[in-house]
Design a protein around this ligand. Structure first.
Ligand SMILES: [Mg+2]
Length: 241
């Protein structure tokens, strides 16, 4: 027979699984970085081939090595707050990646870190808000407009979808599912765009028919955020049942 205190605790967690879900710590954020790095490493040659068609073929390496550097820099920081990890991640990505992508993702992670400054733990909705924060950091640094055939053509629609879904009160993992779908659609749409900034702009109309590699890697990052949060929610729901 369970004691009375235990019954009360079980009743409380049964009615409010969000109590456990709310606890996203620095350690969880390092896990999230690991998953992003893994998925980018799996996509390395495909991203390289996409970039080879309209650029210098380095995009797969840049993204995979950038996020490996993020994991190396943060993996020992188990007691750091999420915002501190995002700041370190931004700086380590920038040191590891010289090309255009370096400053863009550095700005993304620094923008997200500034938004979360002072928070020791995050709630699932904060993970959803990483998408609009990343998009804002990238837009401020890169100045790309919609239709320029850049990573913003995936990040922009994903950010709007994430924000709209949060405002509509949808569950956080569902918000990221919708963001992922919007990113995929935005990425597919870059096939019909002519590059007007970045290295691919030199190709002019010859960039038509090719997906933008930056938009393709944005899909991988956003899909990894979704995968991680869905797993986290499943694990915490099990733990509280
Ligand atoms: Mg390149």
């Amino acid at each position: 027979m369970p004691g009375q205190a235990q019954v009360r605790l079980e009743t409380a967690t049964a009615f409010c699984p969000c109590y456990r879900m709310a606890q996203i710590t620095g350690r969880d954020i390092v896990d999230l970085f690991r998953l992003i790095a893994l998925r980018l490493s799996e996509g390395r040659s495909e991203l390289g081939a996409l970039d080879g068609a309209i650029g210098d073929a380095d995009h797969g390496n840049s993204m995979a090595e950038g996020f490996s550097a993020v994991v190396r820099a943060t993996s020992a920081m188990t007691n750091a707050a999420p915002f501190e990890l995002l700041m370190v991640a931004g700086r380590s990505f920038l040191s590891a990646v010289g090309a255009t992508t370096g400053p863009l993702y550095a700005s993304a992670m620094l923008a997200a870190g500034r938004d979360l400054e002072g928070k020791v733990t995050l709630e699932p909705a904060d993970v959803v808000r990483l998408v609009p924060a990343f998009a804002r950091g990238i837009a401020e640094r890169g100045k790309a407009r919609p239709g320029d055939k850049t990573m913003m053509d995936a990040w922009g629609p994903a950010a709007r979808a994430a924000t709209d879904a949060l405002n509509a009160g949808l569950a956080p993992a569902r918000c990221l599912s919708l963001a992922e779908t919007a990113a995929r659609e935005g990425c597919d749409a870059t096939r019909a765009m002519v590059a007007s900034i970045g290295r691919a702009a030199r190709l002019g109309a010859r960039s038509l028919g090719h997906v933008d590699p930056g938009a393709a890697s944005a899909v991988i990052v956003i899909a990894a955020l979704h995968e991680w949060l869905a797993d986290h929610e499943a694990a915490t729901a099990e733990g509280s049942g």
